[in-house]
Design a protein around this ligand. Structure first.
Ligand code: DGL
Length: 284
């Protein structure tokens, strides 16, 4: 009996789960799919409860754990937290406290470490800015992670509380967004004029890239996470063939949201550049 359960576990396969509080994780999924189109993906956006960036540690942890449990229940063996806020506030607890009980063979990975790994090679002045949600900035996770790999880098974090709501409310390319984008960039560069590289430490922010480039002084390197996260995941799966074997390879992507499916479908279709279906689910 024990042997049968073990062999069933060994055979367990499923899509890669990709989780975000809302639409932002699509910027990560798009890059991951470009890099590894062979796998199946299951995206979950907790749009009904977004944004997470202004929520407390405990609440982000609770919501993220619910999402991970849900994606596990759908067969995902590997879940990417495509959300900096969740990566900063929930990842460590989930990896250390929850995974051993839920299923030690499954994995949950975040987006902060792969981003931090590249910054040391990019910045010449060794002054780096982080633009992220208030929760990510308050957690100081970027500072701590950068200090481990590149202790000579001086990090300045700028919380951008309005940027995620602009994206979630489809205002990211409208004139009203200009004020908030410019305000935060100017503020960050006033606080440290030596910054030569800025990490967009929130997966929603690439949707604001048009405006960000408009107000970013020339010569400042804007670091987007998607490509680096995708490369890092590819490398992880190369180093962990036992996990790669547990991912199904139909080349599909399914989309789940905790809000209205049709709204999500339309937005995700535009963003991913292909016709998609979305289903509404409830967590918790
Ligand atoms: N995409 C999430 C992140 O990367 C946004 C968080 C939010 O919902 O505020 O931090």
């Amino acid at each position: 009996m024990v042997r049968m359960v073990e062999s069933q576990m060994t055979k367990a396969k499923g899509p890669v789960g990709v989780f975000d509080s809302g639409y932002g994780g699509l910027t990560i999924l798009r890059q991951i799919r470009k890099t590894m189109p062979q796998y199946d993906y299951l995206y979950l956006g907790d749009n009904a409860r977004a944004p997470y960036g202004t929520r407390s540690f405990d609440v982000v942890y609770e919501f993220t754990l619910q999402a991970v449990r849900y994606l596990f229940s759908q067969g995902c063996q590997l879940v990417i937290l495509a959300c900096n806020t969740a990566s900063a506030k929930a990842l460590r607890n989930i990896q250390q406290k929850d995974l051993p009980q839920l299923d030690p063979r499954r994995r949950v990975l975040g987006v902060i470490r792969p981003t931090v790994e590249v910054v040391g090679n990019i910045s010449k002045t060794r002054h780096v800015g982080i633009m992220a949600t208030p929760g990510t900035i308050r957690s100081r996770t970027y500072e701590l992670e950068i200090a481990k790999l590149s202790p000579d880098i001086q990090v300045t974090g700028e919380a951008c509380p309005m940027w995620v709501p602009l994206v979630e409310n489809e205002e990211y390319d409208k004139p009203g967004a200009d004020y908030f984008v410019r305000q935060r960039i100017d503020n960050l560069l006033r606080r440290d004029p030596l910054i030569d590289s800025i990490i967009l430490g929130c997966t929603h922010y690439p949707l604001l890239l048009g405006k960000i480039h408009q107000y970013m002084p020339a010569g400042i390197h804007v670091i987007e996470q998607g490509g680096y996260v995708a490369e890092s995941l590819k490398d992880y799966l190369f180093r962990h063939p036992e996990m790669a074997e547990r991912i199904t390879t139909g080349g599909t992507a399914r989309f789940l949201t905790t809000e209205q499916a049709e709204t999500f479908r339309q937005k995700a279709t535009t963003f991913m550049g292909e016709t998609l279906c979305a289903e509404r689910v409830s967590l918790g």
